[in-house]
Design a protein. Structure first.
Length: 251
């Protein structure tokens, strides 16, 4: 199952937020949450780190203007894409928003198909950046830092560069199986005639590091002669299964 992309809608009238959320969720692989307030609403809705894939912010914010909101989001170290929607599209407004940290600016009236296309494009670009934080199994995956963070137990796992590249390759496949030969080419640059033992060895070592039970993998799973990422909903602490004790010291 492909992971749903979680979009936060901030500001604007309640009816407009609801309508936009419904339109976004009608598209494949999106879910949406709306909040009326600015930064305080984001903090309340996202209490445990970076869990939203993108933010759509209405220029009509009750407690700040758009440039201030974007700047405060960036100062908190949050790097997900921000798309501003506004009834005004003067050059000065656009420049101020982009300079403050917004990634894109869409004027009203807009077509939902165009907004969704811009949203997908920004998420794709972010996924390949050094600032990306991706959901992989029970972990927040930070490729730029070569780090997996399991927030419930506050476990940090360091990865090798090859392990990072494997996980990024599987993540980009969006739940579809990736063959061993494809991994050989993408991760090692080997020809399709090379043996896949290298892939299998690295997957074995990666599972020993990140799987709660390596004998029954749920993060990197065998799939159609290759591998894919298992689908996990993000769990609240009371619902999350415990990781094996060995992970607790692997910081």
């Amino acid at each position: 199952m492909t992971k749903l992309r979680h979009i936060l809608i901030v500001g604007g009238a309640a009816a407009e937020r609801t309508a936009l959320a419904h339109a976004i969720e009608a598209a494949a692989n999106f879910r949406a949450t709306g909040v009326a307030g600015g930064l305080d609403g984001v903090v309340r809705t996202q209490p445990r780190g970076q869990r939203f894939d993108a933010i759509i912010v209405d220029a009509d914010l009750p407690d700040s203007d758009v440039p201030d909101f974007c700047a405060r989001i960036r100062r908190r170290g949050l790097h997900m894409p921000i798309i501003v929607v506004s009834g005004t599209s003067s050059e000065s407004d656009i420049v101020c928003a982009l300079d403050a940290g917004a990634n894109d600016y869409v004027g009203r009236p807009f077509r939902i198909g165009e907004l969704l296309a811009r949203l997908r494009a920004q998420i794709r670009e972010h996924d390949t950046s050094e600032d990306a934080v991706l959901l992989v199994g029970p972990y927040h995956f930070r490729p730029g830092a070569r780090l997996l963070h399991e927030p419930v137990g506050n476990v940090h796992l360091r990865l090798t560069q090859k392990e990072v590249t494997i996980l990024k390759c599987l993540y980009r496949a969006a739940g579809q199986p990736v063959s061993r030969q494809t991994l050989l080419q993408e991760v090692w640059g080997y020809s399709s005639a090379a043996r896949t033992h290298t892939v299998e060895t690295h997957i074995y070592r990666l599972r020993r590091k990140i799987e709660p039970d390596p004998a029954r993998p749920t993060v990197v799973i065998n799939d159609g002669g290759g591998y894919s990422l298992g689908y996990h909903e993000e769990l609240e602490p009371s619902r999350a299964p415990p990781l094996r004790a060995a992970l607790a010291v692997a910081k």
